[in-house]
Design a protein around this ligand. Sequence first.
Ligand SMILES: [Zn+2]
Length: 75
Amino acid sequence: MKTKITIETEAKEINRHYLLVECPMCKKSNHSKFNKIHQHGSNNNLDNRIEHRGGHCVNYNTHFIIHITDNTKRS
Ligand SMILES: [Zn+2]
C-alpha cells in the first residue's frame, strides 16, 4: 500500500458539472513539465467551500483538500 499524501490546494475552475484541480504530483505526460489537471464532480454547487476528495492520481495515493474560493474561475 502506498503512503497516503494529503494535498491542500485551490480549485482552478468550477462549473455545474465538475471542478478542476492542478495536481502537484502528476505531469501532463511523461515528457511534459506541466502539471496535470484532475477533474472532480461539483455536485451542481458553485459556492465557495472546502471539498475533501480522493485523488485521481494513477501513481500516487492522494487525498485532496480542495478550496473553492473567489479565485476559482466559474465557467
Ligand atoms: Zn495527480
